[in-house]
Ligand binder design. Sequence first.
Ligand code: 13P
Length: 392
Amino acid sequence: MASASFAKLTASSSPWIAQQSFNQRPGSSSRSPAARVSVIRAGSYSEELVKTAKTIASPGRGILAIDESNATCGKRLASIGLDNTEANRQAYRQLLLTTPGLGQYISGSILFEETLFQSTTDGKKMVDCLREQNIVPGIKVDKGLVPLPGSNNESWCQGLDGLASRSAEYYNQGARFAKWRTVVSIPCGPSALAVKEAAWGLARYAAISQDNGLVPIVEPEILLDGDHSIDTTLEVAERVWAEVFYYLAENNVMFEGILLKPSMVTPGADNKEKADPETVAKYTLNMLKRRVPPAVPGIMFLSGGQSEMEATLNLHAMNQSPNPWHVSFSYARALQNSVLKAWQGRPENAEAGQKALLARAKANSLAQLGKYSAEGESEDAKKGMFVKGYTY
Ligand code: 13P
C-alpha cells in the first residue's frame, strides 16, 4: 500500500515537493530554485515499475536467468558437445521458454539481446512464449566486464553509453525489467575504487532503466573466488551494499521499483570450512537487514556456482521466517545444469529437458515458500558448478 501511494505521489504533479522536503535540512531554506527543481523520480513509469516488480516478486515464483552472452552460452552448449551456432542457441532457449507449466514457478526470465528479438522455429516470438505463461520478459543490458585501470587487477562493467535508447528499444520489444551484473573480487581487495565504480555504475544504470520503464535488477556479484572466511564475505558485502544504496539514493532511484540480485554470504570457494544452509541464511539475512530498506520488493539471489541443491537448500533456509522483502531466486547455473544433462542436444530428449527444468523450478518455488525437502534429489543436483573467474 505504501508503495502504491508513493507511486501516485511521483506520478502526480508533486515530485518537486517530494524532492524538496527530501533535500531540505532544518534551517536550510535558502536553496536556489535551480538546485530544487532537479529531480523527477522514475519519470512517467512509476506505477508500472511498482506493478512489474511486484509481479516478479510474487509468492512461490522466481526468475529463470538465461541471459548468457553468446560466448558463455557457447560454453553451456560445448558441455554437451554442441557447436555455438545461432540455431543451437535458439533450440536450447526455445526448449526452456516453451516448457509447459513454467509460469507456475517462474515469474520473470532474463534474456540476452539475441533471444529478446528472436522467434521460435515455428515463428512465434520468444517474448510471446513468456507472456502467455504470465512470465515477465527481462533483458541483460550491461556490456560485460573489462579491466579497471588504477585498481588491483579488478574490473568494471561497461554499458552506460547509449543505454537510454537501447532500453527504450527493449521496452518496445516487450522487456519490462533489466539486469546489470558487475562483480567485486575479495582476493583482489576489493579496492575502494572498484567498489565505488561498481556502485556508481549500478546506480546510473538503475536510474536510466526506470526512466525507460524497465525495473532494474541491481547485481553487484561478490565472487565466490578465494579462500576467505564467511566473516570476510559479510564485511565486504556490507561495504558494497552500503555504497550501492548510497548511490541509488543519490541518483533518485525509486526503491519500490527495483529488485536486487545479491550473492549469498558464504565462505570463499577455496576455504576448507563449508557453511551449512542455516549459517548461510543467518549471515545473508543479517547483512541484508542491515543494508536493504523494506521498500525494496524483492531479493532474487544468484547461484554463483553453488550446486543446484545447495542453492535450493540455502533459499529454503532463508524462508523459514517472514522477511521484509520477497526472498527468491534468479538462477542461471542452478536451474540449467540438469536441463543440459537431460537434453544432450537431442530433439528426442527435449521433453526430458523440460521436465528437468520444471523439477528445479518447482524445488526453488517450494524453497521460496520455505517448504522444500531435499529427499530424492539426484546426485547431479548435488554437484557444485563453481568455475574460477567465471564470466557472463
Ligand atoms: P548464476 O545463478 O549462474 O550465478 O547466474 C547469475 C546471473 O547473473 C545470471 O543472470
